[in-house]
Design a protein around this ligand. Structure first.
Ligand code: PLP
Length: 495
């Protein structure tokens, strides 16, 4: 197997081992780490079809984590994908109507972020040991709602780490917020900011790139890393479930081995859909990537016009985890379609931060040909939840519903009988109010916790443990700060 090393998308930091890329999170030039080549899958689909999630995860991840030993990687995988998940399958595929829903919300915190954040703390610990790093790792995370809780849950009480999460205080669902502010663990910190997700993410990136602060915390025995999908250690585990879903379709006789499929991905920071793209580059027969956006449709516009323009109003929607105007991982795709040219990538990113927009060349646009973009308004999202529930009895969360609405629009514009997976990114229990109001406005009179019981009656899906837990949990995190105060808050915690 070829040794994979990692390069910054902006060209100033190259040939970094996987373990170091994971520990660092972000490259020193502000770029993102990308593999120097995208490896090819060497195990046949036929063989992968015989594997459980854990073994299949090893077959995928070993290609990217060249400097991990087999035992190290297998131990990380076994520790992550265990009975924290409420189903042995880990990522079940559910067929309803003419769609296959890949349910990625069976982990600790009921969103797809668990797929990667269950394993990231183990990868990080192994990586620090391999790199002989003695500093404690301080995980800085910006969250649009789901990364925060998933990262807190993964890193709580992990020796040698602290985790600090910034969330937009008015930009997450009530259940998402409650999940975070009740987090236990002496090494956990949760801070609401007056601002949106982009503010939180930019603030975190600034803290990362602050050399002076880096030196100060080093003197205290700390160094920063990231649990956002800017960390390559978040993306690699996400490739696995696309392979797993494909193997499940073959095993269930829904497709023939080798047949192409489409994937619909509710998209925000572009991590999940980029993992699908990496899977295709490895050899998985994916035809189209259907990128679904909510009213913050910056990616829809980009895919259709080649112009990325963040200069627009930030809209708070019923799918808050996708309320993002600066999709960080798009930088990795830009780097790919620029033929691995870091100078081009760095220039475009500079334009984005300076002018708020950039335009790609026609050649680069050609590299996007497998991507199609659609978006759904809150009204369409809500109607989709009701429509799918009425027709199939399956209750979608708001994000998955954006995906489904995008899929409907795709089918209305293009005749394509390719079997299609809709990635189900969260449990409806995380967005009870929006989901229940989509079914019937009369639910509005109930409190958030009452709505949980109403949802159980309606869907016949038992209230997940993770939701039961927060009902009675004490609120432990009350900090809030202005966007400009984020650095000060970090200082207060560490220095
Ligand atoms: C994070 C998230 C998304 C967006 O995923 P990206 O990888 O950021 O594109 C979609 N749905 C839910 C429920 C999420 O938590």
């Amino acid at each position: 197997m070829a040794q994979i090393l990692y390069n910054s998308t902006r060209g100033q930091e190259n040939n970094v081992e996987a373990s170091l890329a994971i520990v660092k999170g972000l490259a020193c030039d502000g770029g993102l780490f990308v593999p120097n080549t995208l490896p090819k899958m060497t195990t046949s689909i036929q063989t992968l079809c015989l594997m459980n999630y854990q073994d299949l995860a090893y077959e995928v991840m070993k290609h990217f984590l060249s400097d991990f030993t087999e035992q190290e990687l297998r131990t990380c995988i076994a520790s992550a994908y265990d009975d924290k998940f409420d189903t042995k399958e880990i990522a079940p595929l559910v067929k309803k109507g003419d769609a296959y829903y890949l349910e990625l919300f069976h982990g600790n915190t009921l969103a797809f972020k668990d797929m990667a954040l269950s394993i990231l703390p183990y990868l990080m610990k192994t990586a620090t040991k391999k790199q002989k790093i003695d500093n404690d790792i301080v995980i800085l995370a910006a969250t649009s709602g789901d990364t925060g809780k998933a990262a807190l849950s993964g890193f709580a009480n992990v020796e040698g780490t602290k985790i600090i999460v910034f969330y937009p205080k008015d930009g997450v669902s009530p259940i998402q917020k409650h999940q975070m502010v009740t987090q236990k663990g002496d090494n956990t910190y949760v801070i609401g900011i007056e601002g949106n997700f982009d503010d939180a993410q930019n603030g975190v990136k600034e803290i990362f790139n602050d050399e002076e602060l880096g030196i100060e915390i080093k003197a205290k025995g700390y160094q920063f890393s990231s649990a956002n999908s800017i960390n390559i250690g978040r993306l690699i585990p996400q490739i696995v479930y696309y392979y797993y879903a494909y193997a499940t379709l073959v095993n269930n006789g829904e497709i023939k081995n080798g047949e192409r499929i489409n994937v619909v991905v509710p998209t925000g920071n572009f991590g999940n859909i980029l993992a699908a793209y990496y899977a295709k580059e490895m050899g998985l027969p994916i035809d189209h990537f259907i990128c679904a956006s909510n009213d913050n449709k910056v990616l829809f516009d980009f895919i259709n016009s080649g112009v990325y323009d963040r200069k627009r109003e930030f809209i708070l929607t019923s799918s808050p985890s996708m309320d993002i105007l600066i999709s960080s991982n798009l930088e990795r795709l830009i780097y790919q379609i620029a033929g691995g040219d870091s100078e081009v990538t760095a220039n475009l990113m500079k334009m984005l931060s300076k002018n708020g927009e950039y335009t790609i060349t026609d050649t680069m646009k050609n590299g996007l040909k497998d991507f199609v973009g659609y978006y759904a308004s809150d009204k369409e999202t809500s109607e989709t939840i009701k429509d799918v529930f009425d027709k199939t009895g399956y209750l979608l969360d708001t994000h998955t519903a954006v995906g489904h609405a995008a899929y409907n629009k795709y089918k209305n514009t293009i005749t394509d009988h390719t079997k299609t997976i809709v990635v189900a990114t969260a449990s409806p229990y995380k967005f009870t109010r929006s989901v229940m109001l989509s079914i019937d406005k009369a639910y509005d009179k109930y409190s958030d916790f009452e709505l949980i019981d109403k949802m159980e009656e309606l869907s016949h899906i038992k209230v997940p443990e993770a939701i039961e837990e927060i009902r009675s949990s004490e609120i432990l995190h009350k900090s809030e700060c202005a966007r400009e105060q984020m650095k000060k808050e970090v200082r207060k915690i560490l220095i």
